[in-house]
Design a protein around this ligand. Structure first.
Ligand code: GLC
Length: 550
């Protein structure tokens, strides 16, 4: 059995990974063709974002049919072949289950719109407060009201995301049974991992106006959430001890995550939380331009690391996914210290307590594309907010600057395989433009370079398997208020790991009152470490992983 504490997950956004057919969209066969590359990284699981039948308004997070594969991505045979080929390389597949909402094209919603009461009760329909006034003032995560008016019923339906993503009514036991059926269907296909999309939003609380925020406090970590997760566990994946699960937890709290991902709470194996990725927001407002707050970043990471451990709960640890900008553009330095900073950021995550996730291209140090024209963008959230920002009075230039920093398309540009046309992603026209730097940031070049970010990531993945202290050790923050360095220890019986990371481009000397020469360096992003007694001289973005046995 694969131990998820020693495992690393590789996330694939199929649309942008590898196109085997030449239509400009990545596909399942494309993933199969690249399995050796993934195996060589050393990872244990591949999480693939949704490839089910979908109108693709939100790139597959709007599911029309959970039992079928979107022909754009391939066929069920392609999936089974991928599954076999992955298993032959010791890799397991993790599927993305979107159960907070369906696509409005799902037959359930179509039947609801046709007036079938059974199916209307699969969703959340409510009367408006007054003519033309929605039931509550809640905002959609993608901008605008979270309610859409349906004339034939003189009612509104709830959509926390796009209008084409109506929220399911989990309080209806029939809905929960249908969802269980879907999970069991994929379990029968041999799937050993599930990621549950925004799963802490499924249990809605009371429907009232939010006078303090956008409504999220009424539906996040809602009243029945733990009961629904335990029920899903018991009736589906909980019956197979080999299955690993991760819940995507939107705006959640630590207290809820102790439950979601506790060792014996019977809910999920681990959680994604996002507080550490809001340190360049203003409160919950993402569409702003502010420098990232390093102290806040450390405080949040430290708090989640220590408190989850204390409550015997497990984190998924990560910087990147298909919704986040590229980390090297965000917290690193893509100009002078691209390689150093990408390796340093990888080190921070991969030596932590939790299961690390690598998002495709992160292991190459892929950057934000720097789009400058709205026609380059594809994501519904970006397109909406480009308009909303200008409606709020921002200039077009300002709106572009904000998009270039925060757009989800930053991570959705094609995987950079080679220095050839379209970075070797497709023989056709890619659905979204390739980032210009593919001539030097690409898998082929990095495979050949022993000092590459790719080869460094391979070492990070291996270290977790070799050193129990990384997989299982306690977490202890050090020098918490240091304005440029992030440091922590991991401790397990007689083993000790010390991770030192300089987050900035200036040299700094760091000491902790311990003899650093008593440690052995397992990994670093400079050739030799400058250690003298209790002091380490850290160069720009330098990181080191030191180890000793007591
Ligand atoms: C999650 C997904 C995101 C999607 C949203 C709605 O946050 O990661 O891509 O748009 O849920 O399903």
């Amino acid at each position: 059995m694969t131990d998820f504490r020693k495992s690393t997950v590789y996330q694939i956004y199929p649309k942008s990974f590898y196109d085997s057919s030449g239509d400009g969209l990545g596909d399942l066969r494309g993933i199969t063709e690249k399995l050796d590359y993934i195996r060589d990284l050393g990872v244990d699981y591949i999480w693939m974002t949704p490839f089910f039948v979908s109108p693709q308004k939100d790139n597959g997070y709007d599911v029309e049919d959970y039992y079928r594969i979107d022909p754009r991505y391939g066929t069920m045979e392609d999936f089974e072949e991928l599954s076999r080929q992955a298993a032959a390389r010791g890799i397991r597949l993790m599927l993305d289950m979107v159960f907070n909402h369906t696509s409005s094209r799902h037959q359930w919603f179509q039947k609801a719109l046709a007036g079938d009461e059974t199916y209307k009760n699969f969703y959340i329909f409510r009367k408006g407060k007054a003519p033309g006034v929605p039931p509550t003032n809640w905002e959609s995560k993608f901008g605008g009201s979270a309610w859409e008016y349906v004339e034939q019923f003189d009612e509104y339906y709830l959509h926390l995301f796009d209008v084409s993503q109506p929220d399911l009514n989990w309080d209806n036991p029939q809905v929960r049974r249908e969802i269980q059926k879907i999970v069991r269907f994929w379990m029968k296909k041999g799937v050993k991992g599930f990621r549950f999309d925004v799963v802490n939003l499924i249990s809605k609380g009371s429907f009232e106006d939010d006078l303090q925020g956008d409504g999220r406090r009424f539906y996040t970590d809602g009243p029945n959430i733990h009961r629904y997760l335990r029920e899903l566990n018991e009736t589906t994946f909980g019956t197979d001890a080999e299955i690993v699960t991760v819940g995507e937890m939107s705006s959640t709290t630590l207290e809820n995550c102790y439950q979601y991902a506790g060792e014996d709470t019977g809910e999920l194996s681990m959680v994604f939380s996002f507080h550490h990725l809001k340190v360049d927001f203003m409160g919950n407002e993402k569409w702003v331009m502010v420098p990232f707050d390093f102290q806040k970043l450390k405080d949040i990471l430290y708090e989640w690391q220590t408190k989850m451990a204390r409550h015997r709960a497990w984190n998924a640890v990560f910087w990147c996914n298909h919704d986040q900008p590229r980390v090297v553009s965000r917290f690193g330095n893509t100009e002078k210290y691209w390689k150093e900073s990408a390796k340093m950021l990888g080190t921070v995550i991969h030596c932590m307590r939790g299961t690390p996730y690598i998002y495709q291209g992160e292991e190459l140090g892929m950057t934000n594309p720097g789009f400058t024209d709205i026609r380059q963008y594809r994501d519904v959230e970006s397109l909406n907010h480009f308009r909303i920002l200008q409606e709020k009075g921002l200039s077009r230039e300002n709106a572009y600057q904000i998009l270039a920093i925060h757009s989800r398309d930053n991570s959705r540009t094609p995987m950079q395989w080679t220095a050839g046309p379209h970075a070797g992603f497709t023989a056709g026209e890619p659905w979204i433009q390739v980032t210009d730097n593919y001539r030097y940031i690409n898998a082929q070049a990095e495979q050949e370079d022993p000092d590459s970010i790719l080869n460094y990531y391979r070492k990070l993945v291996r270290l977790r398997k070799e050193y129990d202290v990384i997989a299982r050790g306690e977490f202890e923050p050090l020098d918490v208020r240091n304005p440029s360095v992030l440091v922590y220890k991991r401790l397990l019986e007689g083993e000790e790991l010390l991770v030192i990371c300089n987050f900035y481009g200036k040299e700094i000397s760091w000491s902790c009152g311990e003899n650093l020469e008593s440690f052995r360096c397992l990994l670093g992003n400079y050739q030799e470490q400058k250690i003298d007694g209790e002091t380490a001289a850290l160069r720009p973005y330098e990181c080191m992983v030191l180890y000793r046995e007591k």
